[in-house]
Design a protein around this ligand. Structure first.
Ligand code: ADP
Length: 262
């Protein structure tokens, strides 16, 4: 992976003249590797639920007569859950590729932050099913000049992750603070935490600390990659602090120029 790659071409011109052209392809080679890994990952991520779905359909076809009604229903429910997972994966891939397709946002408006977060917290509470205490301190009048869809992805992914990676009875606090030239959206949880070695790679596509846990929660492994890209389209960035078995804080930093508070 750390190899250097050069293309050396000898060009002859005129009667006795030659030119040696050396092109550094290291960067291109690296990009090509990233692309190849990504395609392999996507194929694998789609293939896994597909294999499960096919397995259930084949079992239902072959043993239709002998299976109890409950068993048949259970298999159908499990197949449907896998199909929903594939749907989420495709949706996340589309979101990611549309964020990558352009350097700027095409749908910028003044987005009211509080109602958006209120909405997302209601969905998070449905996932949590009362297992967590979620508190919130977001200014009523705050707006961000940006894409409502992208901002929803940023806040939604961070809030849902806090719920998914915090055991029952845990606490989640969602807040906003203004610092010198930025505004910071923060989600703090008392969850499982993340070992420091993983932090630098966490927002890579399909990077997970614990594959089993991510699968259990229905995660696509693309949430933080989307957050990172969506933030960079707002000239913002992501900061993560975490301690194993204590909890994590995920912060989305936005430049002041995009913020409005009356
Ligand atoms: P996933 O769909 O797996 O949740 P993400 O890109 O959202 O994918 O997150 C990548 C990984 O980062 C997760 O699999 C998990 O290991 C870790 N992670 C994200 N948020 C948290 C959190 N609040 N607490 C602990 N680990 C987290």
């Amino acid at each position: 992976r750390n190899q250097v790659c050069y293309m050396i071409t000898l060009i002859s011109y005129g009667a006795d003249r030659q030119l040696l052209a050396i092109r550094d392809l290291t960067q291109l080679e690296k990009l090509e590797n990233v692309r190849r890994d990504f395609v392999a990952n996507v194929s694998h991520e789609l293939k896994t639920p597909l294999t499960v779905i096919n397995g259930f359909i084949e079992t239902l076809q072959t043993h239709h007569e002998t299976l109890s009604t409950e068993k048949r229903q259970r298999f159908l429910d499990l197949a449907l859950a896998q199909s929903h997972h594939m749907g989420r994966l495709v949706q996340d891939l589309l979101t990611l590729s549309s964020l990558e397709a352009r350097a700027t946002l095409v749908d910028e408006t003044q987005v009211k932050v509080k109602p958006l977060i209120d909405d997302l917290v209601i969905s998070a509470e449905a996932i949590s099913a009362g297992a967590h205490t979620i508190t919130m301190d977001i200014p009523e009048d705050l707006t961000i000049h940006g894409s409502a869809t992208a901002l929803r992805s940023i806040f939604g992914n961070l809030i849902n992750n806090a719920v998914n990676y915090t055991p029952a009875d845990g606490k989640i606090h969602i807040s906003w603070r203004n610092v010198a030239n930025e505004g910071v959206f923060s989600v703090q949880d008392t969850g499982i935490g993340i070992p420091a070695v993983h932090l630098p790679r966490l927002s890579e596509r399909f990077y997970r600390v614990d594959r089993g846990r991510s699968r259990e929660t229905g995660g696509t492994g693309l949430g933080l990659a989307i957050v990172k890209h969506a933030l960079s389209r707002h000239q913002g960035h992501l900061e993560i602090k975490s301690q194993v078995n204590v909890g994590s804080t995920f912060e989305a930093w936005f430049p002041k120029a995009r913020l409005n508070q009356s």
